[in-house]
Design a protein around this ligand. Sequence first.
Ligand code: F6R
Length: 242
Amino acid sequence: VNVRIVKDYPEISETAAQHVYDCIQQKEKITIGLATGDTPLGLYRELLRLHHEHPLNVSKLTTFNLDEYVGEAAESSCSYRYYMNQQLFLPLGIPLAQTHVPDGMAADIEAECEQYEAQMKAVGGIDLQVLGVGRNGHIGFNEPGTSFDSHTHKVELSSSTREANAKHFGSLERVPQHAITMGIASILHAKEILLLASGERKAQAMFQLLEGEVTNEWPVTVLRRHANVTVLMDEEAASLLS
Ligand code: F6R
């Protein structure tokens, strides 16, 4: 695991955006895995800034998001599809057909999960996966205890994750109980992984990742088994490291 500790959140965002920008520019064709949540917002903002200065050729870009709530439609301002369209896809001008977010409204969720895996495989897998991490070490919506062999699947959200996301729904009761997420094996298939962690809330997960055991009680620790991972964190997230 390559570790890069920077001062604060703005520096994480700038560094990550520059890396993603360079990867898109350098490759003839690229598939990027994307995350939602608070952490990548700065990355998306900075990426758009770079794009406005020197436009990227978005025709060569394909994206796959990590996860989506079950029961939230694309038009719902709480869905991750909506978030991605607003924060990145529409301002970037990428045709939405090149973007993939699991369909939380699919009639057959299991079939949707299988199809999502097949679509990733069909484009040759993910070149660069951007990840955030939950304070309990989850990646995607793979909560503690999830098998390292998991592929895209439906999960029940833990109460801590639902509480963490309640602010977007107005109240805890409105947070969906289930989500679709890429599995841990799906995430590890990516050729390169860039994990972002900001703030004291993430310090314990960073400690487990870099100094603890590899265990599915802390899903993020599985990244130690991947050959090309960079962890980009700020000083607060690094505060428990020796
Ligand atoms: C989002 C995702 C989650 C988040 C994690 C951290 O697509 O997969 O694993 O990355 O919950 O969320 P924030 O960034 O809001 O702290």
